[in-house]
Design a protein around this ligand. Structure first.
Ligand code: MN
Length: 207
């Protein structure tokens, strides 16, 4: 996918994540916040025909291609698009879904157990100061948990994000107000482990 980028529909109904995330949040988050990043990114790229054949990951990784005067804006808007598309794809309300197969093994060997993974991930999400994301990334084929501010994206030639949680207030405030940790705790029930596992497997297969 490249310019003009299109708003990807939610991969489920707006009320599919209730009770953990209500449909009011999903409407604002997808239709206003995420769609706003798509619109602003297209607006910026309109002025740069030489960037219009770049994909979203290319815009985020090959930042040396971006003109100095628009580098930060393009990085922020492209990050906003990429991060939200991953965030929405990472969720799906399926009771008791758990990581399976190779991903389950990798989580256990990297973090000790699924519970330990959850504790470390929650800590990264809760302690991110201000707006940002917590991530499970594959870095040089190893799993790591990190947090990033604003719309930064941990993507590079050797790093691919597998899973992220948006901890901007707009992601939870309408339902949880200031209680970010309650949102994070409930969000674990929404992780689409099939999606994350498939992503992991396809990356591990690449040379
Ligand atoms: Mn968001």
């Amino acid at each position: 996918m490249q310019y003009p980028f299109e708003v990807q529909p939610l991969p489920y109904e707006y009320d599919a994540l209730e009770p953990y995330l209500n449909q009011e949040i999903l409407h604002y988050h997808h239709d206003k916040h995420y769609a706003g990043y798509v619109m602003k990114l297209n607006e910026l790229l309109k002025n740069y025909p030489n960037l219009q054949n770049m994909t979203l990951p290319e815009l985020l990784i090959e930042t040396y291609e971006l003109p100095n005067e628009a580098k930060t804006s393009i990085k922020n808007q492209a990050g906003g698009v990429y991060n939200h598309e991953l965030y929405f794809s990472c969720m799906n309300h399926a009771e008791c879904e758990m990581p399976t197969d190779q991903l389950a093994i990798a989580i256990n060997s990297s973090f000790g157990s699924l519970d330990q993974f959850r504790a470390e991930f929650a800590s990264a999400a809760n302690s991110q100061f201000g707006s940002g994301y917590a991530w499970l990334i594959l870095s040089d084929k190893k799993l790591e948990i990190i947090a990033t501010p604003n719309q930064d994206t941990p993507i590079s030639p050797i790093v691919t994000p597998l899973l992220c949680i948006d901890v901007w207030e707009h992601a939870y405030y309408l339902q949880y107000q200031n209680r970010r940790s309650d949102y994070v705790e409930n969000w674990f029930n929404l992780i689409n482990w099939d999606f994350v596992g498939a992503r992991y497997m396809s990356l591990m297969k690449e040379a």
